[in-house]
Write a protein that binds this ligand. Structure first.
Ligand code: UDP
Length: 329
């Protein structure tokens, strides 16, 4: 019998790529998404989409009643650091409230495994060291803290109810499905790779480089960009580990790239420069966030297959070129 999975937020950027990876394994997939930021067209035809929100307990219970589930993947969340600084309590109420409701419902429904989309934003400034899972937790935003609170809730659900969970701390997800079916379409878009591509394509104004006085070699922020397909595969690797124990993994490539490195990559891949201007720092940005993915690599053998920045940019460029309006209206 095929394994059955529930994916909240499966119409979003990372969630839709995980759905693709599950379908490729022959799994049955149900997506629960309120389409507030996700897209109907991002749910591949093999999956069933239930349009609904996690704020509604009855919806969550009704969907979970349709098991048995091998696991629940929880992606659905508000995910903008800047917005969370403007509306801290609203962000905590939504992300923590919805997450707790889902976890409680999973416990009641006897779901054995939960995989949580967590974030590098729960770490503080680590200087130049690659960030391991044991680095100090010091969320710089309500968004980062909301994920940390859910990690803690899952730890308690494990200790008391035996729920196995994987907390997966994403660094910078980017790129697009190498088969060209899925891509990144946030509205408004705030992420560097799609913004740089759109500026290069002349689809929007020049890119503002946020901050040039950071203590990094070229003065711009350094991030660890991980291909969204590699990220999806890491979820499957982590899932398999849950047969042994609950896990926490940092998901990145161990390589940092500055904002200017990304602009140079877009120029290399496209043959066209990215119009840009130097701008002040964006509040809340840390100088450097680079993962140590050593733990998941050691435990599972997972390794990024598209670690080269130019590969990440090339797949993103292909999707955005082919989809000028993203997933459409
Ligand atoms: N960035 C930038 N200009 C933009 C958007 C982002 O310079 O228009 C920088 C941002 O300051 C950060 C990096 O690009 O250093 C990645 O930002 P993004 O929003 O993509 O991801 P984050 O690291 O905030 O999760």
């Amino acid at each position: 019998m095929p394994r059955r999975f529930l994916v909240t937020g499966g119409a979003g950027f990372v969630g839709s790529h995980l759905v693709a990876a599950l379908l490729a394994q022959g799994a049955e997939v149900v997506v629960l998404d309120n389409l507030s930021t996700g897209h109907r067209a991002a749910v591949l035809p093999g999956a069933r989409l239930v349009v609904g929100g996690l704020e509604d307990e009855a919806t969550v219970q009704a969907v979970l009643a349709d098991g048995p589930w091998h696991a629940v993947f929880h992606f659905a969340a508000l995910s903008l650091v800047g917005d969370s600084m403007r509306d801290p309590i609203g962000y905590l109420a939504a992300n923590v409230g919805n997450g707790l409701r889902l976890i409680a419902a999973c416990v009641r429904a006897g779901v054995p495994r939960v995989v949580l989309s967590s974030t590098a934003a729960l770490f503080g400034d680590s200087g130049s060291a690659a960030i391991t899972e044991d680095a100090a937790i010091a969320p710089g935003s309500p968004y980062g803290d909301s994920k940390w609170m859910l990690e803690r809730a899952l730890a308690w659900a494990g200790r008391i109810h035996g729920l196995r969970s994987a907390s997966l701390r994403y660094f910078n997800a980017a790129g697009a499905d190498p088969e060209g079916r899925l891509g990144e379409d946030h509205r408004p878009e705030t992420h560097l790779v799609p913004l740089a591509i759109d500026a290069m394509l002349g689809r929007r104004d020049e890119l503002a480089v946020f901050g040039t006085d950071y203590p990094t070699p070229d003065g711009t922020c350094i991030r660890d960009y991980i291909h969204v397909t590699d990220l999806a595969e890491a979820h499957l690797a982590a899932l398999a580990r849950l047969d042994h124990a609950s896990v926490t993994y940092n998901l990145g490539t161990a390589t940092g790239h500055s904002v200017l490195d990304v602009l140079h990559s877009v120029a290399r891949v496209s043959g066209r420069t990215v119009p840009h201007r130097l701008a002040p720092r964006r509040p809340g940005d840390l100088a450097r966030l680079v993962a140590s993915p050593a733990r998941i690599m050691h435990d599972t053998g997972w390794a990024p297959r598209h670690a080269a920045l130019d590969d990440i940019v090339a797949t993103a460029l292909r999707w955005r070129s082919a989809h000028p309006a993203g997933y459409g209206a």
